[in-house]
Design a binder for this molecule. Structure first.
Ligand code: HAM
Length: 428
């Protein structure tokens, strides 16, 4: 007996009911991003491993533990399934000289891969809606992205406690971070015996990443560690204040969270997350911030930048909890046919109705009238259009309302086409 085949753990199938919700969310997200002048970019799912190592940082959870990396068997190239897409977008922008005539607003949607322990809201293949604003160095750009996310929550019907809440922090300028680093090293050195193995190692290489530890035994030690905001210089403070003023003016609520450090090394100044308590442990729906030195570090001319990514699975779980979207539209009509001649007429009529922009479903081949009626009912269509041998020969069709009060009526095809066209105009 052959073994049963199943999807890879942490990688999900999306069956039609779910995939239809995804399509609706994708459409809304695209609509909102376009309103702000973002243009789409699509990059490969596989990149050279060095793209991610250089951008995200060698001593991070993602690079150390979570990447799906392999050597191309043909040429030995070190490759990685993208764990995030900021690195790849920056790589593409540099490679294709996208910033040659000024800043760029870019957005993407697609699968990302991280080898994490799967649970609700955390998967090994997950999807992100992301934006990257390259070449923007002012806090207005950060503010605009936050406005955009807030607008998106509304567009998706996330209100009354379902909208994620904004948390903000500043990671400062490089000199501020150097001071913070020194203080962190000093602090953790004086508590060295309480550090786990990972953190011992990070103490020498990247002490900020000790703060990402998920080890509960270190939670208290981390909670009492020196926090970045204490080390911010004037430039970082002024930048943050300008951003906060813009958010206040627009009525966007936020909470300053001095412990928010994000898990990737490329950030400076603004970092933010939108979190919800409706999804259990994996409540961060969106995360991002400013990364002013990444373009240069990846080999481009210096260009400040800011961006974020929304976890699509988490967003869609939330939208479903809030019942923020309607059901996808039912067919305008379900066509039912009995007999060989009728089948051909039905196929032809369906095409004519689709020419009018209508959504029409019918069973191909030979199925009983009873089973077709059942499917018509289940489809949610308002009308069944019946064609038997008699109707087919006479060039007629019988219209049977499936919902509401209307009467069944037989009419010539030309009249049906006109009626359907009118219904479409009325419903538009
Ligand atoms: P990130 O915080 O690693 O940032 O991921 C962004 C979002 O992706 C998270 O807030 C979460 O909603 C979702 N996410 C991450 N890992 C998983 C997972 N294993 N399963 C399900 N959802 C997940 C970035 O990736 C940055 N590239 C964001 C960015 C863009 N920063 C600047 N530009």
């Amino acid at each position: 007996m052959s073994t049963k085949l199943s999807a890879v753990k942490g990688m999900n199938d999306l069956l039609p009911e779910q995939a239809e919700v995804w399509e609706q969310v994708e459409a809304k997200v695209g609509e909102v991003f376009r309103q702000y002048g973002y243009r789409p970019i699509r990059t490969p799912i596989v990149e050279s491993t060095s793209v991610f190592v250089r951008a995200i940082g060698e001593v991070t959870d993602i690079v150390e533990k979570e990447m799906y990396s392999f050597n191309d068997a043909l040429n030995g190239e070190a490759l990685t399934l993208r764990p995030e897409n900021t690195a790849a977008v920056v790589r593409a922008a540099i490679e294709h000289n996208l910033l040659y005539d000024g800043p760029r607003r870019l957005w993407y949607f697609g699968p990302m891969f991280r080898h994490e322990r799967p649970q609700k809201g955390r998967y090994r293949q997950f999807h992100q809606f992301g934006v990257e604003a390259l070449g923007f160095d002012q806090p207005e750009a950060d503010a605009e992205q936050i406005f955009m996310v807030a607008r998106l929550w509304k567009a998706l019907g996330l209100r009354d406690g379902f909208a994620p809440k904004l948390q903000l922090n500043s990671l400062g300028m490089p000199q501020d971070r150097a001071l913070h680093r020194e203080a962190l090293v000093h602090y953790f050195q004086s508590h060295q015996s309480r550090l786990d193995e990972d953190s011992q190692r990070r103490l020498g290489s990247n002490p900020l990443r000790i703060l990402d530890s998920k080890n509960p035994e270190m939670a208290e030690l981390i909670a009492n560690a020196p926090q970045l905001p204490e080390f911010l210089g004037d430039q970082a403070r002024e930048f943050q204040q300008r951003l906060l003023n813009l958010l206040n003016e627009q009525g966007i609520a936020f909470e300053l969270n001095p412990r928010l450090v994000r898990g990737l090394d490329y950030y400076n100044l603004t970092v933010f997350e939108w979190v919800t308590d409706r999804l259990g442990a994996q409540g961060t729906v969106c995360g991002g911030g400013r990364y002013d030195s990444l373009v240069e570090r990846m080999g481009g001319k210096p260009a400040a930048a800011t961006g974020f990514a929304i976890g699509a699975e988490r967003l869609i779980l939330l939208v479903q909890e809030a019942q923020g979207l309607g059901r996808p539209s039912a067919p305008d009509a379900y066509l039912i046919h009995f007999g060989q001649g009728a089948r051909e007429s039905a196929l032809k009529l369906a095409e004519q109705l689709r020419d009018q922009g209508l959504k029409v479903v019918l069973d191909p081949g030979q199925t009983s009238a009873k089973s077709q009626m059942k499917k018509a009912d289940a489809s949610g269509a308002d009308l069944a259009l019946l064609i038997g041998e008699d109707e087919s020969l006479a060039g007629e069709v019988t219209v049977k309302p499936l919902r509401g009060q209307g009467q069944q009526a037989t009419m010539p095809l030309s009249q049906l086409l006109a009626t359907m066209d009118r219904r479409k105009q009325d419903n538009a």
